[in-house]
Design a binder for this molecule. Structure first.
Ligand code: HEM
Length: 143
């Protein structure tokens, strides 16, 4: 009787663990490792674009505006990947309208994002999904 009880306990905890695994597999956000990973990618991406001389014409904002945009970007990536964040900023077309972003500049930005993803231990599947998720927005940026 005691043994049967033990078997039932072990079986149900294995089932619960499996259900938990499936749950945490659900969103890209979770599969990538959550908020800290999104924040690291965002910071590495921004370090890349902000330090890129070919993006010089987009610079010229104060430290607080840069910090604000950085937080907006983290919230946006987090929300897009299915995380618990809420993006409360303006939509991408409104924010980037009039900047005259070219297809070549968009491609450079995607390269910086890919390099940011290369700097962290993310699996190939999630890396590709994240890049595709952002590249799908191209039409809102390029004029
Ligand atoms: C060629 C690529 C890009 C360029 C040149 C660019 C340029 C800019 C500039 C100049 C601003 C500041 C606008 C302002 O001061 O009002 C800005 C803000 C922002 N960008 Fe981009 N951006 C690019 C790509 C992206 C991407 C890929 C995302 C996200 C998918 C993004 C999300 C944002 C967000 C969330 C803000 C802040 C919005 C706000 O202040 O309300 N940008 N970007």
């Amino acid at each position: 009787m005691k043994l049967q009880f033990l078997v039932i306990i072990l079986f149900s905890s294995a089932l619960a663990a499996h259900a938990q695994d499936r749950k945490t597999d659900a969103t890209l956000y979770r599969r990538m490792g959550g908020y800290d990973v999104i924040a690291t990618i965002t910071d590495a991406y921004l370090k890349g674009v902000r330090g890129d001389p070919s993006f010089g014409r987009f610079a010229g904002r104060g430290a607080d505006s840069l910090r604000r945009a950085r937080q907006f970007l983290k919230d946006q990536f987090c929300a897009m990947a299915g995380g618990p964040c809420v993006y409360v900023g303006r939509d991408m077309k409104t924010v980037h309208g009039g900047l005259g972003i070219t297809p070549a500049e968009w491609a450079t930005s995607m390269r910086h994002l890919a390099a940011a993803l290369d700097a962290i231990p993310v699996k190939a599947k999630e890396r590709a999904e994240f890049l595709a998720m952002v590249d799908a927005l191209k039409g809102d940026f390029v004029e």
